[in-house]
Design a protein around this ligand. Structure first.
Ligand code: B12
Ligand code: SF4
Length: 426
């Protein structure tokens, strides 16, 4: 079958506002994993509208000329309206083209997502196994109700099937189909890499922690599955050999849940003489581990600091202490690496004073780079379900749910105070 996979058109300005030129533009690995498994049996094209100034007209032209049988789309909360509009466009070009949506928003809100008359199937959660089975069943005109992990409609009635089992061995997956996108269009934020070409990799899926605001691991149902070090090293070597990769960004939410795994990776990555960076939790590092990481080429660790106030950290169930933040930043610097932080303003129980604690801690820990986001509740999170306890939604337009707008105002704060704190911070 001919399958077109889409990330909807999204201008840098829509995501990063005035900071568009400093934003990060990375390949959509989730969609490229889907492409990779489909490519084994089908003809697949990918259009990533988040780079290259793609318009819906461009997509329309490809659909009209190439005539795909299926169009699959990734949905984020902020891009969902675009996904819905594209499905409508597809159906109006040719109503027999089958539309399938997946990704974080479709997973969190499958009931809403399937409602559109232009959406045929919603794939919930990790997509590789489900999409393979779904496409095979569509092709063979088999019984759709046997495919796990989907929502679909029959005579306008919505049906869903039991959730698909998570993959237990990620090593068997093909690498993301990076060859299906133009790699010249991608560039991480200038401050986020040392050397080019740089590639992003995922070593595992899921996170065992339960921070109330986080939707990172919702797609993977919290369950953690990590690739073997051998498999990750093989992908890195492939990127070095094929594309001359000089740097790797590990984008796992909580890289290094297992210390033994990191030590092994450090030992094997060191001889390649590449530079690398990753995201970690402040309470999962120690001095010895950080030294081993720096020694093997790691130059930058980003930490989710979130808040400089313990009560607020406890409210969001972050599970670490201010002291852990201070230690991690000191040790990372002592090991010779940059230590970066993402911080959130407007968290539950935040006041003007606690937001000032958040700004102050970024200074105290001498963060080499600090990103101050405004709290954005995402469907599927504990925060989303308990919003009214802590404040109220002030902007219901989901296209603004990009972490840069004051969409949620915690009790005792105002939109103006949030924006004022953010402008003080940056
Ligand atoms: C790397 C990353 C980025 C990178 C790269 C984005 C990209 N091009 O993919 C950068 C920094 C650019 C980025 C930007 C943003 N990101 Co981001 N990002 C991530 C991160 C950490 C990893 C994504 C990833 O590769 N995951 C691994 C793959 C395997 O999982 P996956 O993408 O979910 O895909 C699987 C399934 O969802 C499903 N699937 C996905 N698409 C499809 C399509 C079909 C047809 C099917 C069948 C299945 C399917 O199958 C895939 C394979 O199993 C995630 C968190 C996470 N752990 O996923 C956040 C995350 C996806 N990002 C998020 C957000 C909000 C954003 C921004 C809007 C924030 C901002 N303003 O900057 C932007 C906008 C997105 C964009 N492309 O412009 C949210 C989305 C939440 C939501 N409900 O919308 C997440 C979940 C993090 C969070 N804050 O909670 N992001
Ligand atoms: S914020 Fe980080 S540690 Fe917390 S649940 Fe999300 S990914 Fe895990």
């Amino acid at each position: 079958m001919k399958i077109l996979l889409l990330f909807p058109p999204l201008l840098g300005e829509e995501r990063y506002g005035k900071l568009a030129r400093a934003g990060s533009y990375l390949p959509p690995l989730g969609l490229l994993y889907i492409a990779a498994v489909l490519e084994e049996k089908h003809s697949v094209r990918v259009i990533d509208g988040s780079v290259g100034k793609i318009t819906s007209e461009d997509i329309k032209r490809v659909i009209t000329d190439w005539k795909p049988d299926i169009v699959g789309l990734t949905s984020y909360t902020s891009t969902f309206y675009k996904v819905a509009n594209l499905c409508e466009m597809v159906k109006k070009i040719n109503h027999t083209i089958i539309t399938i949506i997946g990704g974080p928003h479709a997973t969190a809100c499958p009931d809403d997502s399937i409602k559109s008359e232009y959406v045929d199937y919603v794939v919930v959660g990790e997509g590789e196994k489900t999409i393979k089975e779904l496409v095979e069943t569509i092709e063979s005109k088999g019984d759709i109700s046997t495919v796990k992990g989907i929502y679909y409609k029959k005579d306008k009635v919505v049906f869903s099937t039991p959730r698909q089992e998570r993959l237990t061995d990620l090593d068997i997956l093909p690498y993301p189909a990076r060859h299906l996108v133009d790699r010249n269009l991608y560039q991480p934020s200038v401050m986020h890499f040392k050397r080019l070409p740089v590639f992003s990799i995922m070593c595992g899926r899921g996170c065992p922690f339960k921070c109330t605001f986080c939707s990172c691991s919702k797609v993977f149902h919290g369950k953690v599955v990590v690739r073997s070090v051998t498999s990750v090293m093989e992908e890195i070597k492939f990127l070095v050999d094929k594309y001359g990769a000089k740097e790797i960004m590990f984008w796992d939410d909580t890289f290094g849940l297992y210390k033994k795994w990191i030590y092994e990776l450090c030992e094997l990555i060191k001889p390649l003489k590449i530079t690398w960076s990753c995201w970690m939790r402040v309470d999962l590092v120690n001095q010895d581990l950080l030294k081993a990481m720096a020694d093997s080429g790691c130059w930058n660790i980003s930490y989710g600091v979130e808040s400089g106030n313990q009560l607020v950290l406890d409210t969001i169930k972050k599970g670490f202490h201010i002291e852990d933040i201070k230690n991690a930043f000191r040790w990372t610097h002592e090991a010779g690496m940059e230590a970066r932080g993402t911080l959130i303003l407007g968290l539950p129980n935040d006041t003007w004073e606690t937001m000032m604690d958040t700004i102050t801690i970024a200074i105290e820990i001498e963060a080499d780079y600090a990103q101050f986001q405004l709290l954005t509740p995402y469907p599927g999170t504990e925060l989303w379900d308990t919003l009214s306890t802590y404040g109220e939604i002030s902007i219901s337009d989901l296209s603004k749910y990009t972490i840069w707008f004051p969409v949620f105002v915690a009790k005792g704060l105002t939109k103006e105070s949030l924006l004022k704190a953010q402008s003080l911070a940056i």
